[in-house]
Write a protein that binds this ligand. Sequence first.
Ligand code: FAD
Length: 510
Amino acid sequence: YRVLRLVLGDQLTMQHQWFSSPSDEVLYVMMEVRTETDYVWHHIQKACAFFAAMERFAQELVAAGHHVLYLALDNPLNLHSFASNCSRLISHYNITRFEYQLPDEYRLDKALKTFCSNLDIAWESYNTAHFYTSRGEASEFFGSRKGMVMESFYRHMRKKHGILVSGGVPVGDQWNFDQDNRKKLPRGHRPPPPLHFDNDVTSQYARIIAADVKTIGTINPANFPWPLDRTQALELLRHFTDYCLPLFGTFQDAMHTGEYSLYHSRLSFCMNTKMLSPREVIDAALFSWQESGGGIALNQLEGFIRQILGWREYMRGIYWMKMPGMEKMNYFGNDRKLPEWYWTGNTRMKCMKECINQSLGHSYAHHIQRLMVTGNFALIAGIEPSEVDFWYLGIYIDAIEWVELPNTRGMSQFADGGLTASKPYAASANYINKMSNYCSGCHYNYKARTGDAACPFNSLYWDFFDRNRSKLKDNPRIAMVYRLWDRMAQQERAAILTRAQECLDTIDNL
Ligand code: FAD
């Protein structure tokens, strides 16, 4: 071989220019390394899904005539970092050129740049051609503007890519249909069951366990539900457009006991590993909407497109704009430890128990569960953002830093001081009760703010705003909150703050 090409675990696409024709001069290398398994406590389903999908992709490459070296976790020749494995292969095969696709994470970007700067052979990095935007595009777009509001970026993307736009005007004469969306699941309404595959990941599971990798969550490796190759990813996409898209927008913020994904697509793992491109997901949704002849309403489609064309690309842009500083941001100066029950689900708050147990069981929670339940609690309780990041970066099947960090530290924890979110996503039990059935049968009373039985969200909500007044008081979007607080009787306010302090003092036992 003359050329060594590194394929990372989230670069599983045959659509890249590299693979247009096989060459006997090129050796592709894929590897399962301890630097990747150990930087956080990954969910066992996430670790197995990545390894199994990587192996299937390697097999696909071989079937297409490419030469692939797959270094599994238990391979005695595996040196357990990208740099040391690549160095060994370069000298072993007398390689004269090293190539890689640009990683999406800052950590790997830096590691590979350092590696290449020390090479005494030629090297080249390639774009992945996966996203709608380049790394710096959002930064350029916002460069001359005041704020960095997602909505303006999203409208720009709609126009630039001609998606649901006709003659510069949005189809349906509106950019946003949020007022039609965000309904609670009606009593007795059953969403379509999620599509589960019957995959076998016992060999990947055995390797991870034998290597004593620290993981979290549960798995049934002989009956593994997540898609692991392109064929399955396309099946999941089809399942989404057939069964979930028709009510995606309506119920995108709903939460319901026992229904872990409702009308959500569960496509984030497929897109984040690049088994599916965001373009083909949006095209498939557009196609289904057109074919439905009015059967699928515009608000359902627009709500879905906004997530991918808007939020996903926006988060990528913010990440590259703000790294490496972003991983240290802590606007409120929070320093509390994450309660132990985030790792076990062992809490009496039913909403937290549901969302955490579901995450430990499925390695998945949908956006509102992440933002308005687990994230909301961490925000109002003042948890140190690194503790929160560590949890989110490990537990979800789709967690990769470029998308986890701006969502967690930025959007959910407001640790960036309002760069990604124009106001903190803090809410009391009232919101959770409005959007879910979690509050019924809870140990705590969702209506009460004070006293032992009061839902901790209620006092912590006010305590959060009171505690952070100097940092938030000038935000016009929350002026109303402070007006309400100031109008409350002095005694009531004191009782709320007392209850909040009690909750914080006994946080591990809530
Ligand atoms: P759907 O609801 O079906 O949405 C379709 C697609 O839109 C998703 O697959 C995803 O690619 C994209 N999308 C939707 N919202 C966002 C968003 N806010 N940012 C980026 N893309 C979005 N997403 C990740 O992919 N990885 C993460 O590590 C991650 N961490 C998060 C942490 C927190 C605290 C929060 C609040 C959100 C996080 N998200 C993350 C965003 C979002 O919650 C997930 O993308 C979504 O829940 C995945 O489920 P789905 O595929 O069923 O999404």
